[in-house]
Design a protein around this ligand. Structure first.
Ligand code: SAM
Length: 445
């Protein structure tokens, strides 16, 4: 849309741009095209647009054949857009984007989030859509230039801070281009810029405890001029030793540490066992015949190397509104790292019965107790990794306390989202969960 088309559209719809909604409309269609080109959007993509306004970016997205879901808070613009895009493959939803349930994005392939963000809520919107665990394959945002510089900042610069690290932890953030005020109507008070987020390879982000990482980074930047050895004194017993391990100067301040050094620092000082529990103990498991009768015991490596039949439990915990808790396996797991899995699961150990294992795993993995009801049993097969699996149902609303060596995150999901997610992207799940969920769907219906 050019300037006069925008003025006409605003007049026809009876709209005076509202400052409190951050309404500055882009009137340079060549620029809108250039922006969308940076997202390499194709017909395979599901694009979520935040704040479509009069549709400058939406039109470019729709033209590329992508499915578009646009979230607009201003009802007057929603009516205008629905008419404008009546014939297109797009949905215009009237809502506050901060209320959008981002869990639904897990069920979609190739999710790209774009938006010329309303500046008054830009950082909340970014955290809402781009935080961990990530659900996007790309993010493309117009932001205030100052914020774009903060998000894409490098260490040892004034722009580098806690928000930089939080968002760069899981994404590469590129500053693409500065945008002058003059391409908007009405003109904003400051210049803008385009930034692009692309997810990093998750298997290389070995963060032990995300919450701790965020806290320590926030603390480190709370007094930028103060040296970390003073600021972190209560958390770090021996700073000389720690600084040497992370290759930082003894006098380092928060802004001097790279993302990798912050990760190392957080992993070193977070309270945790020296060894990941999953690989630590000399656990012995009962090995069984094709009828699940015990024929001996073997260690974990022996069981897996020899493909011995053995026993496991999967526990499905639902909350009061019928949502299922899933866990994201940590990068340190020897099997299926980073995949989504049942609420809790584990091997039956020597001298243990299935029910005992279920109670123990629920306590060890989620830090809670609940009444568990067996809902079925899966036969040992290639699909279950030669495990006989008893699947349990339980109810709990949390909060949960989980060991970071084993679990990166837990989250409740509505059942219909899980079903769509499993159908669209089964590769996101540990195979044992897929089998357990199939059984649960058949038995709980
Ligand atoms: N994308 C359009 C463009 O480039 O011309 C409009 C961008 S304008 C900067 C921001 C848009 O976000 C406005 O249409 C505004 O009504 C909408 N908006 C503001 N707050 C919102 C929120 N919380 N949720 C969804 N949309 C919002």
């Amino acid at each position: 849309m050019n300037l006069s088309q925008i003025r006409t559209a605003l007049a026809q719809a009876g709209i005076r741009p509202a400052k409190k909604l951050g309404q500055n409309f882009l009137h340079d269609q060549n620029l809108a095209r250039w922006i969308i080109q940076q997202g390499q959007i194709t017909g395979e993509d599901f694009v979520l647009e935040i704040g479509p306004g009069l549709g400058a970016l939406s039109g470019e997205i729709v033209q590329r054949g992508a499915r578009l879901l646009a979230l607009e808070k201003d009802a007057r613009l929603v009516d205008f857009l629905r008419e404008k895009f009546a014939d297109s493959k797009c949905e215009i939803r009237h809502c506050d984007a901060l209320d959008f349930d981002t869990r639904t994005l897990f069920a979609e392939r190739n999710v790209k989030v774009v938006g010329n963000l309303p500046y008054y809520v830009a950082s909340q919107l970014l955290l809402h859509f781009v935080d961990f665990p990530s659900r996007i394959s790309l993010g493309l945002f117009m932001l205030q230039d100052e914020m774009a510089r903060r998000l894409s900042a490098k260490p040892r610069t004034a722009d580098y801070g806690a928000l930089t690290l939080r968002l760069q932890l899981h994404h590469h953030v590129e500053y693409l281009r500065k945008i002058p005020r003059t391409v908007f109507v009405p003109q904003p008070e400051v210049a803008s810029a385009i930034v692009r987020f692309t997810p990093r390879d998750q298997s290389r982000i070995e963060i032990f405890d995300y919450k701790f990482f965020r806290e320590i980074v926030r603390h480190g930047f709370s007094q930028r001029r103060k040296q970390l050895r003073n600021l972190l004194a209560p958390d770090v017993v021996n700073w000389e030793d720690t600084a040497r391990k992370i290759r930082a100067p003894l006098t380092a301040r928060a802004e001097e540490l790279s993302r990798e050094q912050w990760i190392e620092l957080a992993n070193l000082i977070a309270p945790h066992d020296a060894k990941p529990a999953a690989q630590a103990g000399p656990e012995r498991f009962p090995i069984v015949d094709e009828n699940d009768r015990e024929i001996g015991t073997a260690t974990r490596p022996e069981v897996h190397e020899n493909n011995f039949r053995h026993r496991a439990v999967h526990i499905l915990i639902f909350n009061g509104i019928g949502e299922l808790l899933l866990q994201k396996r940590s990068p340190w797991k020897d099997r299926h790292p980073l995949l989504w899995d049942s609420s809790a699961a584990g091997h039956v150990e020597a001298n243990e019965q299935y029910d005992e294992t279920a109670d123990r795993e629920l306590d060890e993995e989620l830090g809670v107790a609940a009444e568990l009801r067996p809902i079925g049993k899966l036969q040992a097969s290639e699909k279950t990794g030669q495990e006989f699996i008893v699947v349990y149902h339980g109810e709990h609303n949390g909060p949960f306390r989980y060991p970071s060596e084993e679990i990166s995150a837990v989250e409740f999901f509505p059942v219909d989202i899980i079903n769509r997610w499993v159908a669209n992207k089964p590769e996101d799940f540990a195979p044992g969960f897929l089998e357990s969920w199939r059984l649960a769907n058949a038995n709980l219906a």
